[in-house]
Structure formats: structure tokens, C-alpha cells
Write a protein that binds this ligand. Structure first.
Ligand code: FES
Length: 104
């Protein structure tokens, strides 16, 4: 079990990148929910962000890749716009307990 961060470390909505023994990951918070994905765009297999911790579009409604603008649903990681529609971010199982996000 890895402690990723406190939920309060994430803006609501907001995102944050991590590098740990599971690799490059990022977490997105929406209210009480937190979603974690591998930081690799299914289009080219590269990190999604140019600026640290910036994984969302300007309205903070979708995950957005900085390279060619692919956009993904926060809840499922499915690409709905850009160069790879229908592709998926790789989701990472996580668990929120007592305000802390853990990776089982
Ligand atoms: S690398 Fe992400 S959209 Fe092309």
C-alpha cells in the first residue's frame, strides 16, 4: 500500500503529478472523488503535462494532453476529443481513507 497524498493536497477540481515506485502517475480530484492514472498519453506514450501538475483543460472539466490536445473524461480516462478518440488512459486503482489517497 502506497500513501499517495492527502485529498486536501489536491485542488477541487485539480490535478497533481507523482513519481514513485509505480512510475509516473497523476491524480485528479473532483469533490470527494479522486481518480489516478498513469501519466502516459495513449496517442504517443509521453507525459501529458508541460507545466507541473497541470493535467486539466482551462475549465477543469476534462483531462487534457499538452502535446496535441487530446481530451479525456476525468471519471473514466476515455479520450473524447483530439487525435485518439476512444483510446483510454490507464487507470490506477486507488482508495481514499480518512482523507488520504492510497494505492493498494
Ligand atoms: S501525445 Fe497526447 S495528444 Fe498527442
Amino acid at each position: 500500500m502506497i500513501r499517495l497524498c492527502a485529498v486536501s493536497d489536491l485542488d477541487d477540481p485539480g490535478s497533481k503529478g507523482f513519481h514513485n515506485e509505480r512510475g509516473h502517475l497523476f491524480a485528479v480530484r473532483q469533490g470527494l472523488q479522486v481518480f489516478v492514472y498513469v501519466n502516459s498519453c495513449p496517442h504517443f506514450g509521453i507525459n501529458l503535462e508541460w507545466q507541473p501538475d497541470q493535467f486539466l483543460d482551462s475549465e477543469k472539466r476534462l483531462i487534457q494532453c499538452a502535446t496535441h490536445g487530446a481530451q479525456f473524461l476525468i471519471e473514466t480516462g476515455e479520450c473524447i476529443a483530439g487525435p485518439c478518440p476512444g483510446d483510454q488512459l490507464t487507470s490506477v486503482e486507488c482508495e481514499v481513507r480518512d482523507g488520504v489517497v492510497y494505492l493498494p
